[in-house]
Design a protein around this ligand. Structure first.
Ligand code: NDP
Length: 247
């Protein structure tokens, strides 16, 4: 029970990696708040978490909307009085080659992935500063480190998260807040199910550990960074990719 009596907020926690992170943190004793644009999925995830004996709160929150984010943080305080852990997981893709990428697709991806992460860090860190403690973990991507054809918007947003993590870590360290990121590689979720068979085969061939990652692989790293075991780690990005990228 590494997170006993902690309150953890997971954005985009209704499905995929976020849902698994929420379950993993709950298994270690944390009460869980799930924000998602899809309230039904968030509520379903909460039912599974309650079965573990943990308290939950779900809300329909689009992380791009700062006013909504602040309101939702206040609702967490009403119910739980604190926010110990923030996991910035909500993310989208709108892939296209640079020359064909529309302004809308650029703005949408930067909006959810980067501005959404900024909004949640800003709102949650206000609470954490008063508490003089907190753990923030943002889900970036190896694509934010190495780039990828067809993902100008996504790669820029994820590189932005890595840089934002470093700045937030430096600004918040003196208040007892650790800020880190995880850069997953090729993880089996709805997001990667959209990829063609050719792309999947090519990616698999580039993974030394010779398998796609699972949401549980990402959740384990997240649990570590959210726990006391990572008290002396801040501003870092942990790569969870089966060895695809070795820097
Ligand atoms: P999914 O698409 O399966 O899940 C993303 C979740 O975020 C969904 O529940 C989605 O809601 C929610 N969401 C989308 N937009 C918003 C928003 N504006 N506000 C709040 N919630 C939102 O993605 P994954 O689980 O695969 O990915 C999770 C994170 O991991 C993302 O940041 C992704 O970029 C990152 N990642 C994933 C990798 C992979 O291989 N899968 C690799 C590297 C990084 P809805 O159900 O309504 O769409």
């Amino acid at each position: 029970m590494r997170l006993k009596d902690k309150v953890a907020l997971v954005t985009g926690g209704g499905r995929g990696i976020g849902r698994q992170i929420a379950l993993t943190l709950a298994q270690e004793g944390a009460d869980i708040v799930i924000w998602d644009v899809n309230l039904q999925e968030a509520e379903k995830a909460c039912v599974d978490i309650q079965a573990l004996g943990r308290k939950t709160l779900s809300a329909q929150v689009d992380v791009t909307d700062y006013v909504k984010v602040e309101e939702a943080i206040n609702k967490i305080l009403d119910k739980f009085t604190k926010v110990d852990i923030l996991i910035n997981n909500a993310g989208i893709t709108r892939d296209n080659l640079l020359l064909r990428m529309s302004q809308q697709d650029w703005d949408a991806v930067l909006g959810v992935n980067l501005k959404g992460t900024f909004n949640c860090i800003r709102a949650a860190s206000r609470v954490m500063i008063k508490q003089r403690s907190g753990k923030i973990v943002s889900i970036a991507s190896i694509i934010g480190i190495i780039g990828n054809p067809g993902q100008a918007n996504y790669s820029a947003s994820k590189a932005g998260i890595i840089a934002l993590t470093k700045t937030a870590a430096k600004e918040l360290a003196s208040r007892g807040i650790n800020v880190n990121a995880i850069a997953p590689g090729f993880i089996q979720t709805d997001m990667t199910a959209k990829l063609s068979e050719g792309v999947r085969e090519k990616m698999l061939a580039a993974i030394p550990l010779a398998r796609m990652g699972s949401p549980a692989d990402v959740a384990s790293a997240c649990l570590f960074l959210a726990s006391q075991e990572a008290d002396y780690i801040t501003g870092q990005t942990i790569v969870v990719d089966g060895g695809m990228v070795m820097v």
